[in-house]
Design a protein. Structure first.
Length: 325
């Protein structure tokens, strides 16, 4: 009879056989806490290198005597606020400031107004038409700034431009060979059309995304109560999407206020300074006069104005959220 075989008895599990040593556990906890910071470290480093350092450098140059000689040989002398005093004493500077505020106000009002209309239209279109229109908006948004600016330069060309031919074909003979780029008001209008055309897609698609979150039952109840389209928008849509409207407005103020490529490519701030805004003014001073200190002072004024507008908007948003809660 074969001998009975006995399976080896299982080892007693004390509960600590697979436990990591205390030092390893502490290292794992430290790594898990540091992991989010490690993930954002490249973005923070890039932001410091590309944004913070140029800003600090411009702030330093704005309080120095920094011109062509100092650019080549170094040794810029500290002059305090002399550049800012010289800047604010010039009547041209204040004219540029007023023009920049007017430029920003006109563009932002048109962008937010047209974007709201496009977003509401997207909400009411059928699926195919909505997809087609959203595709067109996405293509416009994806068009490079310089490419879009060049297209507008061709459209408004005096002799071969499409705009002049269309207007002349409608019986407006005064636009036959009309030079849009030689008239300050006309040039301002062309630039407004360009910036609005480039900015509406982003704002419209963002607002449409917000509109899709509004419960349909609210609209149906309002219509049953006899509310019209304007009343529905004023009492339901806008209050619910007020933070999004505030965010879009703040972003557009920043983007329009610091707008530079479109203006420089089309008009270089002309004719006769009619389209010179603060960013263009800073570049012209530094490029033409080699007054890098004065140009940096203009740039710092631009940064301060934008920062004040952004902080004010954020404070209003937080105050509104606090009041609602």
């Amino acid at each position: 009879m074969p001998a009975a075989t006995h399976a080896p008895a299982p080892e007693a599990d004390s509960g600590h056989r697979h436990a990591a040593p205390p030092a390893a556990r502490r290292a794992g906890r430290r790594l898990s806490r540091a992991w989010p910071y490690l993930l954002i470290a490249p973005a923070v480093a890039g932001g410091v290198l590309l944004l913070l350092y140029p800003l600090l450098r411009a702030a330093l140059i704005s309080v120095q005597h920094f011109r062509m000689r100092e650019l080549i040989r170094g040794g810029a002398a500290f002059v305090g606020l002399d550049n800012y005093r010289e800047l604010t004493a010039a009547a041209e500077f204040w004219a540029v400031v007023l023009r920049t505020f007017a430029w920003t106000a006109v563009n932002v009002v048109l962008i937010v107004g047209l974007s709201t209309g496009v977003a509401l239209m997207l909400l009411r279109l059928g699926r195919r038409m909505r997809t087609a229109l959203m595709s067109v908006l996405a293509l416009v948004w994806a068009t490079p700034v310089i490419a879009a600016t060049t297209v507008f330069q061709w459209l408004f060309q005096s002799e071969l431009g499409v705009v002049n031919r269309l207007l002349a074909g409608l019986g407006l003979d005064s636009f036959q060979g009309y030079s849009w780029f030689a008239n300050g008001t006309a040039m301002f209008g062309v630039l407004v059309a360009l910036v609005v055309w480039q900015s509406v897609p982003f704002a419209a698609l963002t607002l449409y995304a917000g509109l899709t979150t509004v419960p349909v039952e609210l609209y149906e109840s309002a219509r049953l109560d006899g509310a019209g389209g304007w009343q529905v928008f004023r009492r339901i849509t806008f209050p619910l999407l007020r933070p999004m409207f505030a965010l879009i407005t703040a972003l557009e103020v920043i983007w329009v206020f610091k707008c530079f490529p479109q203006i420089w490519v089309l008009s270089q701030g002309g004719p006769d300074g009619a389209t010179t805004t603060l960013p263009v003014y800073a570049f012209k001073i530094a490029r033409t006069l080699h007054r890098y200190d004065l140009g940096s002072a203009v740039a710092m004024v631009t940064v301060v104005v934008l920062a004040a507008a952004l902080v004010g908007n954020l404070r209003r948003m937080l105050a509104q959220e606090g009041a609602e809660t």
